[in-house]
Design a protein around this ligand. Structure first.
Ligand code: ADP
Ligand code: MG
Length: 477
């Protein structure tokens, strides 16, 4: 039997507000446990939540970025359940009327084609606290600092058909929230958490199969692996005559498997009802205009412009627009040195490799855009060959200074003086009569030997194009 995978993602992204969604308590990460949880965050009797306008502004920005309608009126609801990290017994969320309606994003598939993925909705809600299982032998600690932190839950349509598509979609949402500045997207700190709803069905079947929901995945690699495992598990189960049950599962990265956590609650288990402490949220055109007026160029538009304006390949345009910081860096290098393609090659090649290796982000690159552009100018004016430029780049990355200073200090200037190269070639030809004879007898392969000898004699500094040309002429005799 041929199976088709169906996936829908629910992504919780923490909104970058300074205070919580319904109180003035700080949202700063890393404070001592339970020092940033006020009576409001804990839902103690006698307090009233007040909605943080900034959280609404950020949600509206997201809606605009995915072409969604912003609800003129949305409603906060109480989702009732008890869990140790939610001592007040309910989470304030949005249910029937979310602030952001249906929108869509485009993802780039591996074969280069584009697929549109529907976003069903995005709603505002508060986060719960955090259970700390590791720090206390035999006990679980509860840190309520995170309680009341604003989240935007972004729900996709079940449009994704493979783990790879799910990852591409999640990366796209991550890219968008960071571009528009509504979240830092920091996955280690839990600012971007993904739930994957996964089901399988025989190819050709119209109705969906029963899904399992894998909760709280916090890396793209784990997302891919968790879904892969889950798809295999469901197919095997069904093929053995079993049935998938609707449940919540957890992914264990050390064992690379998903495990059942609890059977899935139905919506009516939560006894949703409009929160009596909060008025409906009303948003008018002026608020939307003010919230979205300064939206930056979005990733898709930037990618298209990079292709059109700089003649970049799909691959390079995609890579260089991964983040705004990287795109800005590339554009600065291209502008200063005037050679976009050369700039693209160096930023996506040498620079990215060096940054990855030293586990650094573009925003703390030890080589500035101006410095890299300076290096590329020395390639263009033929002071440096590509090979020498790589050496200079490495020195620059180690903080040895500007391009010209490094060239001088290391004596790396390329030799482009024809006379000097000819002298070396003449000496090498004279010293290797046997190889010259072979070459002249038609053994083209020895040409490489001569190139190697000249490069060696010049300590790698002879201009390779000139070496090739002069060698050909001289060897012909
Ligand atoms: P719930 O309210 O239980 O969370 P929703 O209907 O809101 O359920 O759906 C949650 C997520 O599950 C959405 O992203 C949706 O696309 C996805 N989903 C729904 N049905 C399926 C299915 N059969 N297989 C895979 N994903 C599904
Ligand atoms: Mg859900």
């Amino acid at each position: 039997m041929q199976w088709e995978t169906v996936i829908g993602l629910e992504i919780h992204t923490q909104l970058a507000t300074r205070s919580k969604i319904f109180s003035a308590t700080s949202t700063a990460f890393g404070a001592e446990p339970n020092t940033q949880a006020s009576a409001i965050d804990l839902g103690l009797p006698g307090v009233l939540p007040v909605l943080n306008e900034e959280a609404v502004r950020l949600a509206v920005r997201f809606g605009a970025a995915i072409g969604a309608e912003i609800a003129p009126r949305s409603v906060f609801a109480r989702k009732n359940y008890f869990y140790p990290d939610l001592p007040k017994g309910y989470q304030i969320s949005q249910y029937e009327l979310p602030v952001v309606g249906r929108g869509q994003v485009e993802i780039l598939l591996e074969d280069g084609s584009v697929k549109t993925i529907g976003v069903t909705r995005a709603h505002l809600e508060e986060d719960a606290g955090k259970s700390l299982h590791e720090d206390f032998q035999g006990y679980t600690g509860i840190d309520l600092n995170r309680a009341g932190t604003p989240l935007l839950e972004i729900v996709s349509e079940p449009d994704l058909r493979s783990p790879q598509e799910a990852v591409a979609y999640a990366k796209k949402i991550h890219q968008i929230v960071r571009y528009i500045g509504i979240s830092d997207g920091n996955m280690q700190e839990g600012s971007f958490r993904m739930d994957a709803n996964v089901s399988v069905r025989p190819v050709g079947q119209k109705t969906f199969g029963t899904r399992a929901e894998i909760k709280n995945v916090n890396s793209f690699r784990f997302l891919e692996k968790a879904i892969e495992f889950e798809v295999e598990r469901q197919i095997e189960l069904i093929e053995r005559g079993g049935q998938v049950v609707q449940e919540t599962r957890l992914y264990d990265p050390t064992k690379d498997e998903t495990r059942s956590m609890r059977t899935k609650e139905e919506a009516n288990d939560y006894r949703y009802f409009p929160d009596p402490d909060l008025l409906p949220l009303e948003i008018d055109a002026a608020f939307i205009e003010a919230a979205t007026a300064d939206l930056p160029e979005l990733p898709d538009a930037k990618r298209a412009r990079f292709r059109a304006d700089y003649g970049l390949s799909d691959y390079d345009a995609n890579l260089l627009t991964a983040s705004r910081e990287l795109a800005d860096y590339f554009e600065a290098v291209a502008r200063i040195c005037g050679e976009p393609k050369l700039a693209a090659n160096w930023v996506s090649g040498e620079l990215m490799a060096a940054l990855n290796k030293s586990e650094r982000d573009i925003s703390d690159s030890p080589v500035s855009a101006a410095q890299l552009a300076g290096l590329l100018e020395r390639i263009q004016d033929k002071t440096l060959s590509g090979k020498l430029a790589k050496q200079v780049f490495e020195a620059m990355f180690q903080g040895e200074g500007e391009v010209d200073a490094i060239i001088k200090a290391r004596g790396l200037k390329q030799i482009t003086d024809t006379g000097a190269i000819e002298t070396m070639i003449d000496a090498i030809i004279a010293a290797n009569p046997a190889q010259v004879e072979q070459y002249r007898a038609g053994k083209d392969k020895v040409f490489g030997f001569f190139v190697g000898q000249v490069m060696k004699a010049s300590a790698g500094k002879a201009n390779p194009a000139q070496v090739n040309e002069l060698l050909k002429r001289k060897l012909q005799g």
